[in-house]
Design a protein around this ligand. Sequence first.
Ligand SMILES: [Zn+2]
Length: 258
Amino acid sequence: MFIDTHAHLNYPDIAKNIDDVLARARDAAVEAVIIPATTYKTSIEIIELAQKHEMLFAAVGIHPTELKDFEESHLGKIEELAGESKVVAIGEIGLDYYWEPYDRDLEILVITEQLRIAKRCGLPVILHNRKSTDDLMRIVKEEYEDGKLRGQFHSFSAGPEEAKECIEMGFYISFTGNITYKPNEGTYIAYDIVKNTAAEHLLLETDTPYLPPMPYRGKQNEPAYVKHTAAKIAELKEMSVEELGRITTENAKRLYGI
Ligand SMILES: [Zn+2]
Protein backbone atom coordinates (compact mmCIF):
# COMPACT_ATOMS: atom_id res chain seq x y z
CA MET A 1 0.00 0.00 0.00
CA PHE A 2 2.90 2.44 0.64
CA ILE A 3 6.10 3.23 -1.23
CA ASP A 4 8.84 4.90 0.79
CA THR A 5 10.47 7.01 -1.92
CA HIS A 6 13.44 8.10 0.19
CA ALA A 7 15.33 5.95 2.69
CA HIS A 8 19.11 5.80 3.15
CA LEU A 9 19.16 2.08 3.88
CA ASN A 10 22.85 1.81 2.95
CA TYR A 11 23.89 3.62 6.17
CA PRO A 12 25.85 1.07 8.25
CA ASP A 13 23.52 1.08 11.29
CA ILE A 14 20.61 0.11 9.05
CA ALA A 15 22.37 -1.99 6.43
CA LYS A 16 23.60 -4.43 9.09
CA ASN A 17 19.97 -5.15 10.08
CA ILE A 18 18.52 -4.91 6.60
CA ASP A 19 16.49 -8.14 6.76
CA ASP A 20 14.72 -7.05 9.96
CA VAL A 21 14.18 -3.53 8.65
CA LEU A 22 12.59 -4.88 5.46
CA ALA A 23 10.46 -7.41 7.35
CA ARG A 24 9.07 -4.61 9.53
CA ALA A 25 8.48 -2.50 6.43
CA ARG A 26 6.50 -5.30 4.78
CA ASP A 27 4.46 -5.76 7.98
CA ALA A 28 3.64 -2.05 7.81
CA ALA A 29 2.33 -2.44 4.22
CA VAL A 30 5.40 -0.91 2.56
CA GLU A 31 5.76 -2.61 -0.81
CA ALA A 32 8.83 -0.81 -2.19
CA VAL A 33 11.61 1.50 -1.02
CA ILE A 34 13.88 3.77 -3.07
CA ILE A 35 17.41 4.29 -1.73
CA PRO A 36 19.05 7.52 -2.84
CA ALA A 37 22.82 7.71 -3.16
CA THR A 38 24.98 10.57 -1.96
CA THR A 39 28.29 9.87 -3.71
CA TYR A 40 29.70 7.88 -6.59
CA LYS A 41 30.85 5.19 -4.11
CA THR A 42 27.51 4.87 -2.34
CA SER A 43 25.80 4.65 -5.73
CA ILE A 44 27.64 1.36 -6.30
CA GLU A 45 26.75 0.03 -2.81
CA ILE A 46 23.11 0.92 -3.26
CA ILE A 47 22.82 -0.80 -6.63
CA GLU A 48 24.20 -3.98 -5.01
CA LEU A 49 21.71 -3.68 -2.14
CA ALA A 50 18.77 -3.12 -4.49
CA GLN A 51 19.76 -6.02 -6.72
CA LYS A 52 19.77 -8.31 -3.67
CA HIS A 53 16.28 -7.43 -2.37
CA GLU A 54 13.23 -7.44 -4.58
CA MET A 55 11.45 -4.56 -2.85
CA LEU A 56 14.42 -2.17 -3.07
CA PHE A 57 15.22 0.27 -5.87
CA ALA A 58 18.26 2.48 -6.35
CA ALA A 59 18.97 6.07 -7.25
CA VAL A 60 22.47 7.06 -8.26
CA GLY A 61 23.93 10.52 -7.84
CA ILE A 62 26.05 12.98 -5.90
CA HIS A 63 24.58 14.97 -3.00
CA PRO A 64 25.52 18.66 -2.61
CA THR A 65 26.96 18.19 0.90
CA GLU A 66 29.17 15.30 -0.26
CA LEU A 67 31.47 17.15 -2.65
CA LYS A 68 34.64 16.90 -0.55
CA ASP A 69 36.07 14.05 -2.65
CA PHE A 70 34.29 15.04 -5.84
CA GLU A 71 36.12 14.49 -9.11
CA GLU A 72 34.79 15.50 -12.50
CA SER A 73 35.16 11.86 -13.67
CA HIS A 74 32.48 10.79 -11.15
CA LEU A 75 29.81 12.35 -13.35
CA GLY A 76 30.59 10.00 -16.24
CA LYS A 77 30.59 7.08 -13.81
CA ILE A 78 27.17 8.07 -12.49
CA GLU A 79 25.88 8.11 -16.06
CA GLU A 80 27.25 4.58 -16.61
CA LEU A 81 25.71 3.30 -13.35
CA ALA A 82 22.35 4.76 -14.38
CA GLY A 83 22.03 1.89 -16.84
CA GLU A 84 22.28 -0.86 -14.19
CA SER A 85 19.22 -2.91 -13.29
CA LYS A 86 17.06 -1.60 -10.41
CA VAL A 87 18.26 2.00 -10.95
CA VAL A 88 15.13 4.15 -11.18
CA ALA A 89 16.39 7.72 -10.66
CA ILE A 90 19.27 10.17 -10.46
CA GLY A 91 19.51 11.31 -6.84
CA GLU A 92 19.79 12.64 -4.51
CA ILE A 93 21.04 15.77 -6.13
CA GLY A 94 20.45 19.42 -5.38
CA LEU A 95 21.74 22.43 -3.51
CA ASP A 96 22.53 22.95 0.17
CA TYR A 97 23.51 26.36 1.51
CA TYR A 98 23.04 25.36 5.14
CA TRP A 99 26.19 23.45 6.00
CA GLU A 100 29.17 25.84 5.90
CA PRO A 101 31.49 26.16 4.16
CA TYR A 102 29.86 25.35 0.85
CA ASP A 103 31.04 25.97 -2.69
CA ARG A 104 28.03 27.43 -4.49
CA ASP A 105 29.59 27.32 -7.95
CA LEU A 106 30.62 23.68 -7.59
CA GLU A 107 27.19 22.70 -6.24
CA ILE A 108 25.54 24.39 -9.22
CA LEU A 109 27.87 22.69 -11.69
CA VAL A 110 27.28 19.25 -10.17
CA ILE A 111 23.49 19.50 -10.05
CA THR A 112 23.25 20.95 -13.56
CA GLU A 113 25.36 18.15 -15.02
CA GLN A 114 23.30 15.54 -13.19
CA LEU A 115 20.00 17.03 -14.39
CA ARG A 116 21.36 16.63 -17.92
CA ILE A 117 22.45 13.05 -17.21
CA ALA A 118 18.89 12.31 -16.04
CA LYS A 119 17.45 13.74 -19.24
CA ARG A 120 19.88 11.78 -21.42
CA CYS A 121 19.07 8.56 -19.53
CA GLY A 122 15.32 9.23 -19.44
CA LEU A 123 15.30 8.98 -15.63
CA PRO A 124 13.55 11.18 -13.05
CA VAL A 125 15.53 13.15 -10.45
CA ILE A 126 15.31 13.25 -6.65
CA LEU A 127 15.95 16.81 -5.51
CA HIS A 128 17.41 18.07 -2.23
CA ASN A 129 17.00 21.72 -1.22
CA ARG A 130 18.24 23.37 1.93
CA LYS A 131 18.28 27.18 2.11
CA SER A 132 18.75 27.25 -1.67
CA THR A 133 15.23 27.58 -3.05
CA ASP A 134 15.86 30.49 -5.45
CA ASP A 135 18.89 28.97 -7.16
CA LEU A 136 17.33 25.51 -7.27
CA MET A 137 14.07 26.70 -8.83
CA ARG A 138 15.97 28.77 -11.42
CA ILE A 139 18.19 25.85 -12.45
CA VAL A 140 15.36 23.33 -12.54
CA LYS A 141 13.24 25.68 -14.66
CA GLU A 142 16.12 26.24 -17.10
CA GLU A 143 16.76 22.52 -17.48
CA TYR A 144 13.02 21.86 -17.71
CA GLU A 145 12.65 24.09 -20.81
CA ASP A 146 13.00 21.19 -23.23
CA GLY A 147 10.31 19.31 -21.29
CA LYS A 148 12.30 16.17 -20.53
CA LEU A 149 12.96 16.78 -16.84
CA ARG A 150 10.74 15.12 -14.24
CA GLY A 151 11.13 14.11 -10.65
CA GLN A 152 10.51 14.67 -6.96
CA PHE A 153 11.23 17.56 -4.62
CA HIS A 154 11.99 15.51 -1.50
CA SER A 155 11.54 16.89 2.04
CA PHE A 156 9.81 19.90 0.53
CA SER A 157 10.91 23.07 2.30
CA ALA A 158 9.99 25.90 -0.07
CA GLY A 159 6.80 27.96 -0.01
CA PRO A 160 3.34 27.60 -1.53
CA GLU A 161 4.31 29.56 -4.67
CA GLU A 162 7.19 27.19 -5.41
CA ALA A 163 5.00 24.19 -4.67
CA LYS A 164 2.59 25.40 -7.33
CA GLU A 165 5.42 25.92 -9.82
CA CYS A 166 6.81 22.43 -9.16
CA ILE A 167 3.43 20.86 -9.75
CA GLU A 168 2.84 22.88 -12.92
CA MET A 169 6.07 21.42 -14.23
CA GLY A 170 4.77 17.94 -13.43
CA PHE A 171 7.05 17.34 -10.45
CA TYR A 172 5.93 15.52 -7.31
CA ILE A 173 6.53 16.81 -3.79
CA SER A 174 6.91 14.94 -0.50
CA PHE A 175 7.21 15.68 3.19
CA THR A 176 9.11 13.80 5.89
CA GLY A 177 8.14 12.89 9.46
CA ASN A 178 8.67 16.45 10.63
CA ILE A 179 5.16 17.22 9.41
CA THR A 180 3.96 15.18 12.42
CA TYR A 181 5.89 17.31 14.96
CA LYS A 182 4.38 19.93 17.21
CA PRO A 183 3.24 22.69 14.84
CA ASN A 184 5.59 25.62 14.26
CA GLU A 185 5.83 28.24 11.54
CA GLY A 186 7.34 25.82 9.02
CA THR A 187 4.79 23.11 9.79
CA TYR A 188 1.89 25.46 9.13
CA ILE A 189 3.28 26.26 5.68
CA ALA A 190 3.60 22.54 5.00
CA TYR A 191 0.02 21.95 6.20
CA ASP A 192 -1.27 24.56 3.74
CA ILE A 193 0.71 23.10 0.86
CA VAL A 194 -0.56 19.59 1.62
CA LYS A 195 -4.15 20.81 1.84
CA ASN A 196 -3.89 22.71 -1.45
CA THR A 197 -2.08 20.00 -3.40
CA ALA A 198 -4.03 17.12 -4.92
CA ALA A 199 -2.86 13.70 -3.72
CA GLU A 200 -2.03 12.95 -7.37
CA HIS A 201 1.04 15.22 -6.98
CA LEU A 202 2.29 13.86 -3.64
CA LEU A 203 4.70 11.07 -2.71
CA LEU A 204 5.46 9.49 0.66
CA GLU A 205 8.94 9.24 2.17
CA THR A 206 10.74 8.72 5.47
CA ASP A 207 14.24 10.14 4.77
CA THR A 208 15.48 7.25 6.94
CA PRO A 209 17.47 7.43 9.24
CA TYR A 210 16.56 11.10 9.78
CA LEU A 211 13.39 12.90 10.84
CA PRO A 212 11.30 10.00 12.23
CA PRO A 213 7.60 10.80 12.61
CA MET A 214 5.91 10.98 15.99
CA PRO A 215 5.91 8.91 18.20
CA TYR A 216 9.47 7.91 17.18
CA ARG A 217 11.09 11.36 17.30
CA GLY A 218 14.67 11.07 18.58
CA LYS A 219 14.98 7.47 17.40
CA GLN A 220 16.37 6.09 14.16
CA ASN A 221 13.81 6.32 11.39
CA GLU A 222 12.96 3.37 9.12
CA PRO A 223 10.55 2.69 6.22
CA ALA A 224 7.96 0.99 8.48
CA TYR A 225 7.26 4.37 10.06
CA VAL A 226 6.05 5.90 6.79
CA LYS A 227 2.50 5.05 7.82
CA HIS A 228 2.62 7.67 10.59
CA THR A 229 3.56 10.42 8.15
CA ALA A 230 0.90 9.11 5.77
CA ALA A 231 -1.70 9.24 8.56
CA LYS A 232 -0.92 12.92 9.23
CA ILE A 233 -1.09 13.83 5.55
CA ALA A 234 -4.34 11.89 5.10
CA GLU A 235 -5.81 13.73 8.10
CA LEU A 236 -4.84 17.10 6.58
CA LYS A 237 -6.38 16.10 3.27
CA GLU A 238 -9.49 14.68 4.94
CA MET A 239 -9.09 11.37 3.19
CA SER A 240 -8.48 7.84 4.41
CA VAL A 241 -4.89 6.69 4.80
CA GLU A 242 -5.74 3.74 2.49
CA GLU A 243 -6.82 6.12 -0.28
CA LEU A 244 -3.72 8.30 0.19
CA GLY A 245 -1.55 5.19 0.16
CA ARG A 246 -3.16 3.91 -3.01
CA ILE A 247 -2.81 7.21 -4.90
CA THR A 248 0.75 7.99 -3.77
CA THR A 249 1.82 4.43 -4.59
CA GLU A 250 0.43 4.84 -8.11
CA ASN A 251 2.29 8.17 -8.37
CA ALA A 252 5.58 6.57 -7.33
CA LYS A 253 5.11 3.72 -9.79
CA ARG A 254 4.33 6.12 -12.60
CA LEU A 255 7.29 8.41 -11.87
CA TYR A 256 9.90 5.75 -11.16
CA GLY A 257 8.60 3.02 -13.45
CA ILE A 258 8.48 0.40 -10.69
ZN1 LIG B 1 18.14 12.10 1.73
